[in-house]
Design a binder for this molecule. Structure first.
Ligand code: 5AD
Ligand code: SF4
Length: 468
């Protein structure tokens, strides 16, 4: 066939998705890309070449939503440049800021043509069509397409299955959302409002997606949920299955070598899940189990429904089942009414627990949450000072944990080239980054690595032997 006879392929359109916030958003962004594929959109990492930009937003703390509005300002400029050059750019806002502030975004940022919450991703192609249909309308007649409903239907059923090429690009590790939403209503948190009530995906759907991922080369899956250990999906017989039992079912998938999950609530750490940690070698000994505060008074005001002693007792039970369990947590400093003594109690629970890592935040008022109407706000400078003290303690614990690994041999899933030439890198069971000298042939499998040194954020290792 001569050149002139070659059919002209329609130029594919490009979508740039910018993800803010948690791992659930990372997962959701991949699924949005999957949902757009049938409309001819391919993902790009270059915002300059995008025809469509989606901001997948986070509303958990104040700064997160401010960032979205400043990004929209920059995108407006980019759209102007593209139009001046004869092109165009469509802009959509997804995620939890969209869910919480849909109308407000459309009003404050008319550049946005679609605003949709986390439960609407499967309707994205349809929204895109509706937004595109308005393209040639006079600006005064254009209205952003807003979809912030919480539908009864199962969005996962309506999303196309994860595409193999997307999965491969993701590499050896993948996220898999098993549960969404939260019924806990901690008084500081927007999640129950932005993500809605707890919904668990059926067991068969999760096993199917996990098998696809493993077939595409994934060795490690992290199960995701805002309250992942509250998972209670139905199996084929209509029985409700908890996360512990689900872990046993996933463990039977040949080729799946590692399993993790995040984020958990202390109240939902049941016996079956603790037993899974005791009995399943593939369930990694690293647990993100936020306590938020060590003061019973503040825990009560936060509506956490557990005390500091409950948490410590739970940690004991978990460590009895899995003695090498590494713990991670979230802490909020400066919740309304937090005194110096309350804060000291938080430092005490950190000392008693011993964390491998932790995330800590200054309390930030979220409109619509019960915390927002509490008086006795803590001054900003006090929050900053407490945060520094807490982070210093946690950093020391992280360094001590890293140092305790030196001299040990750990199985490391080698995932990538290292920072230096001739190096490769991966993760220990405790989610620490490990780098070592070695050929790229090592990438893709778990290898025994002797830990010979540490730096602030990673471990240095030496290959001992290839795993069987
Ligand atoms: N202010 C500060 N931190 C918050 N988090 C959730 N809501 C707030 C808030 N209003 C933190 C909690 C939670 C983590 C995801 O974010 O520690 O576990
Ligand atoms: Fe928010 Fe509490 Fe639910 Fe976690 S458990 S998502 S902090 S309401």
């Amino acid at each position: 066939m001569s050149d002139t006879e070659t059919p002209i392929q329609p130029a594919s359109r490009r979508v740039f998705i910018k993800t803010y916030g948690c791992q659930m958003n990372v997962y959701d962004s991949d699924r949005m890309a999957d949902a757009l594929a049938p409309r001819g959109y391919v993902p790009t990492q270059e915002i300059g070449e995008a025809d469509l930009v989606l901001l997948n937003t986070c509303h958990i703390r104040e700064k997160a939503s401010e960032k979205v509005f400043s990004e929209l300002g920059r995108l407006k400029d980019l759209q102007g440049e593209k139009r001046a050059a004869g092109g165009d750019l469509m802009i959509g806002v997804a995620g939890c800021v969209a869910q919480a502030e849909g109308e407000e975004i459309a009003r404050r940022a008319p550049v946005v043509v679609m605003v949709f919450g986390p439960q609407a991703y499967h309707r994205l192609p349809d929204m895109l069509d509706r937004a595109q249909a308005q393209r040639h309308l006079h600006p005064s007649l254009k209205r952003a397409v807003i979809d912030t409903d919480f539908p009864q239907e199962d969005k996962f059923e309506h999303l196309p299955p994860a595409k193999k090429e997307v999965t491969i690009k993701r590499g050896l590790t993948a996220f898999l959302t098993v549960q969404e939403g939260c019924d806990k209503f901690c008084s500081f948190c927007v999640v129950p409002y932005t993500r809605g009530a707890e919904v668990s995906r059926p067991v068969a759907q999760i096993l199917g997606e996990a098998r696809n991922l493993v077939e595409a080369g994934v060795k490690e899956i992290t199960l995701l949920g805002q309250n992942v250990n509250a998972y209670h999906g139905l199996d084929a017989a209509g029985r409700s299955i908890g996360l512990g039992e689900l872990a046993f079912l996933l463990a039977d998938i040949p080729g799946l070598e590692r399993l993790r999950y995040t984020t958990s609530h202390p109240r939902d750490m049941d016996d079956a899940l603790i037993a899974a940690h005791r009995d399943l070698p593939l369930l990694m000994p690293y647990l993100h189990l936020p306590v938020q505060s060590g003061s019973d008074r503040i825990l009560k005001a936060m509506n956490r429904k557990h005390t500091a002693a409950d948490y410590l007792h739970l940690i004991d039970r978990i460590k009895t089942a899995r003695p090498d369990m590494a713990l991670s947590g979230d802490f909020i400093v400066g919740f309304p009414g937090e005194t110096e003594q309350d804060f000291e109690d938080t430092l005490t629970i950190i000392r008693q627990t011993g964390y491998a890592s932790a995330f800590s935040f200054k309390y930030s008022t979220r409109p619509g949450t019960p915390g927002a109407s509490l008086g006795d706000q803590v001054q900003e400078e006090i929050k900053t000072e407490r945060l520094h003290r807490l982070q210093e303690l946690v950093n020391n614990q992280t360094s001590a944990f890293h140092a305790s690994c030196v001299g040990k041999t750990l199985p490391v899933l080698i995932e990538r080239h290292g920072r230096m030439p001739g190096q490769v890198g991966g993760r220990s069971p405790y989610l620490q980054a490990v780098h070592l000298e070695g050929s790229t042939d090592l990438i893709g499998a778990i290898h025994q690595v002797e830990i010979i040194g540490t730096s602030t954020n990673s471990l240095e290792g030496r290959l001992v032997a290839a795993a069987a």
